[in-house]
Design a protein around this ligand. Structure first.
Ligand code: KG4
Ligand code: ZN
Length: 357
C-alpha cells in the first residue's frame, strides 16, 4: 500500500515519559487500530479517518458467562488473554503494520483485569511497531460509534454540536451534553442500576437468561405491556433510577399468575418511557441540535423507535452491532484524540471507575 506518506504540519507530539513514537498530522488517510477488552467482548478494529470501518472483529464471551448468569471478572480476563492476539490478527487481515498510524485502546471504565489485557497488548504493539498509543474512555467511545460509517464510500459524519448523548450500557445510564470533540458535561446519571443492568436483572427475575436486554426484547415480542409498573421520574433532576422498577417486577412475579411475555413487554416499555421522556426534556430545556444514542441498550428496537417517533430534533443511533461493545468505536474516538494531539504515554494505566465529563 502506498498510503503511508507522513506530512508534518504540526510540531511533533511526544509523550510525558518521552518514549512514545513521534506522530505527525497527515494529509493522507489515517488508520487507527482499536482494541477493546473492558468487559466480556474481546474486540479489535481498523478505522480510517475516524469514520470508515476497514475491519471490525468481536469475540464474545457470552456463552462462557451465561452459565453463571453474569460476567465473572477472573474468567473474563483469562479469556481476553487467550483471544486478544487472534482477534487483532483477524482485524489486521490483509494489512501490514505499515498501514497503521496509531493504536487506540480502552483504559476505563470496566473490569480491571480485563482492561489490563487490552492496555498491555496495545503498549506492546505500540513499542514494537513504533506507533503512538491513544488511551480511550469506553463511554466516550460508545458515543463515537455515531461517527462510524460502515458503507464502502465512508460518508462523513452528520453530527451537529451541541448534541445530547444518552449512553445506556450495562454499567452506565449517562446523559451528557457534548459541545464539541472531547467537550463533555454530564447532566444526569443513574442513581442505582444502569439501564442495561436493569434489563439483565429483570431477565433473571423472569428466568430469561443472560444477557437480559436481548432476552427481554425477544420475550416482549409475544406479549403486551399490560402490567402496571412504576416509572421513577425524579422531578427536578436529570438522573435515572431503575431499582424500584426491578423490585416492582419481582413482587409481581412473586404474586404469580402473570405471563412472562407480558411482564417483559411491560418492563421494557417502562424503561423506554423514562429514557425517552427524560432525554427529550433536556433537549427542550437546552435547545440542543441533536440526540446521539449509544451503548448496548441502544440496540433495543423499541427504544430506537420511540426516540425516532418522539424527538423534536434529529436522532442518531448506530446500527445495533455498533451499539454493543466493539473496537471500531474505540478507533473512531482515538482518531479524534490523535487529531487533537492527545497521545498517551507508556505509563498509561487502567482506570476501572473512569467517568465522562
Ligand atoms: O455497551 P454494552 O455492550 O457493554 C457495556 O459497556 O456494558 O452493553 C451491554 C448491556 C447489557 O446490559 C445488555 O443486556 C444490554 O446492553 N443490551 C440490551 C440489548 N442488547 C444489549 N438491552 C436492551 N435491548 C437490547 N436489544
Ligand atoms: Zn460498553
Amino acid at each position: 500500500m502506498t498510503r503511508k506518506v507522513m506530512t508534518r504540519l504540526n510540531p511533533l507530539i511526544e509523550s510525558s515519559v518521552g518514549i512514545v513514537p513521534r506522530i505527525a498530522i497527515k494529509l493522507t488517510k489515517m488508520r487507527i487500530l482499536g482494541i477493546e477488552t473492558s468487559c466480556d467482548e474481546t474486540a479489535a478494529a481498523v478505522v480510517e479517518d475516524g469514520v470508515r470501518i476497514i475491519s471490525n472483529v468481536v469475540a464474545s464471551q457470552i456463552d462462557i458467562h451465561a452459565r453463571y448468569g453474569g460476567v465473572v471478572p477472573e474468567v473474563a480476563s483469562r479469556q481476553h488473554l487467550l483471544t486478544v492476539i487472534p482477534v487483532i490478527n483477524e482485524a489486521m487481515n490483509g494489512m501490514s503494520w505499515q498501514d497503521i498510524d496509531g493504536i487506540a485502546v480502552t483504559f476505563g471504565p470496566g473490569l480491571a483485569g480485563s482492561l489490563l489485557v487490552g492496555v498491555n497488548i496495545a503498549k506492546a504493539i505500540g513499542l514494537a511497531r513504533k506507533l503512538p498509543l491513544i488511551g480511550v474512555n469506553h463511554l466516550e467511545a460508545h458515543i463515537y460509534a455515531n461517527w462510524l460509517d460502515s458503507s464502502p464510500t465512508g460518508e462523513k459524519s452528520r453530527v451537529k454540536f451541541p448534541c445530547l448523548c444518552l449512553v445506556v450500557s450495562g454499567g452506565h445510564s449517562d446523559l451528557v451534553l457534548m459541545k464539541g470533540h472531547g467537550q463533555f458535561e454530564k447532566l444526569g446519571q443513574t442513581r442505582d442500576d444502569a439501564a442495561g443492568e436493569a434489563f439483565d436483572k429483570a431477565a433473571r427475575i423472569l428466568g430469561l437468561g443472560y444477557p437480559g436486554g436481548p432476552a427481554i426484547e425477544q420475550a416482549s415480542g409475544s406479549g403486551t405491556p399490560c402490567l402496571s409498573l412504576p416509572r421513577a421520574w425524579l422531578p427536578d433532576s436529570h438522573d435515572f433510577s431503575f431499582s424500584g422498577l426491578k423490585t416492582a417486577l419481582w413482587h409481581l412475579v412473586q404474586e404469580g399468575g402473570i405471563s412472562v411475555a407480558d411482564a417483559a413487554a411491560s418492563f421494557q416499555l417502562a424503561v423506554v418511557d423514562v429514557l425517552v421522556a427524560k432525554t427529550i426534556e433536556i433537549v427542550r430545556q437546552l435547545k440542543v441540535q441533536q440526540i446521539l444514542l449509544s451503548g448496548g441498550v441502544a440496540a433495543n428496537r423499541m427504544l430506537r423507535e420511540h426516540f425516532l417517533a418522539k424527538s423534536p430534533v434529529s436522532v442518531l443511533i448506530p446500527p445495533p452491532h455498533l451499539c454493543t461493545d466493539n473496537a471500531a468505536m474505540v478507533a473512531a474516538c482515538g482518531y479524534y484524540h490523535s487529531q487533537a494531539g492527545e497521545i498517551s504515554g507508556y505509563d498509561l494505566d487502567v482506570v476501572p471507575s473512569l467517568s465522562l465529563g
